[in-house]
Design a protein around this ligand. Structure first.
Ligand SMILES: C[S@@+](CC[C@H](N)C(=O)[O-])C[C@H]1O[C@@H](n2cnc3c(N)ncnc32)[C@H](O)[C@@H]1O
Length: 309
């Protein structure tokens, strides 16, 4: 399907991805990671209070306030990251170009997760990499995940990375992570040319609500700086995109993103091709299969996968 026809969306109300990805570690391994490495948080009597504080800030769309201290960040990661990780493991495993990044037993795959400090993308990526690595445990392939986030999630990224290195890999050094505590809109990162994949999972709405012009400039930087064949994955809650007024007209954020990345509709002049998408994709938890002390929620999300021309 051409990028142009894909831009208009496929019949997508019934898209779904499986509970467990065919090419990722199983759900039990993912949930165990959180039960074990967050045990102290999960046992804390203060956890419900911090969850409420985070929920309140997110509801008020006070995104920066929601993640401005370690108690809130650990509460968010213990409460919401496990389900996100399960969904992302399944999504990455289902997207051929993403799974394909890890198939060569000799290459290093370099990924940037913008706004990925809570660890869901990291766990999802590592669960696909480590599953494929099981068949080639001594091969030279590596996964390097860089995470840029405006909130300081370093303790969580360190926790989760250590667990995966020690429990999911034969050689721990095959997975490396780098947490960069910066505003992506304030030149927080520059080495875009090295990246095989950039993820913006549930982050573009926040970026647009913080600084619209800078967010557009950031996307334009990706247009200029990413290498040919690199992929860019954007996801948000289905139907959640806000509208932006330009001149006298209102446009959905998605329209602005597509115009910057793909060019004007009908012209195909942009720096990227749209290679996969869904306007509404379900990820449903199979509650019989996993046991976690907090609710693991289903997700319905929109995603778009772009490839650099
Ligand atoms: C709703 S959370 C999504 C977390 C994670 N990506 C997921 O899917 O579970 C949005 C994340 O974007 C980060 N963020 C917001 N504005 C940012 C900016 N300007 N630069 C870098 N990170 C930002 C927030 O700190 C937060 O970690």
């Amino acid at each position: 399907m051409s990028s142009r026809s894909k831009r208009s969306g496929r019949s997508s109300e019934n898209d779904s991805i499986p509970f467990e990805g065919e090419h990722s570690l199983g759900a039990l391994a993912i949930v165990d990671l959180f039960s074990q490495s967050f045990q102290r948080i999960l046992d804390s009597p203060d956890l419900p209070e911090f969850i409420q504080v985070v929920k309140g800030s997110l509801y008020e769309r006070q995104f920066l306030e929601a993640f401005d201290d370690d108690n809130k960040r650990f509460a968010y990661a213990a409460r919401w990251t496990p389900a996100r990780s399960l969904a992302y493991a399944s999504l990455f495993s289902s997207l051929e170009p993403v799974k394909g990044l890890f198939e060569d037993p000799d290459s290093t795959t370099s990924v940037l997760c913008v706004g990925g400090g809570a660890g869901g993308e990291l766990v999802g990526l590592a669960s696909v990499f480590c599953r494929l690595k099981e068949h080639n445990s001594t091969s030279t392939s590596n996964l390097v995940v860089k995470i840029v986030d405006i909130a300081d999630w370093s303790a969580i990224v360190t926790n989760v990375t250590k667990y995966m290195q020690q429990n999911w890999l034969y050689k721990p050094e095959k997975l490396t992570t780098q947490f960069i505590h910066k505003d992506i809109l304030g030149n927080g990162f520059s080495a875009y040319g090295d990246l095989d994949l950039i993820t913006l999972m549930f982050t573009t709405n926040e970026l647009f609500s913080e600084k619209r012009a800078e967010t557009i400039r950031f996307l334009q930087t990706l247009n200029r700086s990413c290498k040919q064949g690199a992929h860019l994955l954007i996801a948000e809650s289905a139907g959640s995109y806000s509208h932006i007024t330009v001149g006298t007209k209102k446009f959905p954020v998605q329209f602005i993103i597509d115009t910057v990345l793909l060019g004007k509709q009908g012209e195909d002049t942009g720096a990227w091709d749209l290679v996969d998408q869904s306007d509404s994709c379900w990820y449903r938890i199979d509650e019989k299969e996993v046991d976690y002390p907090m609710k693991l929620e289903n997700m319905r999300f929109f995603y778009r996968l772009y490839e650099k021309k």
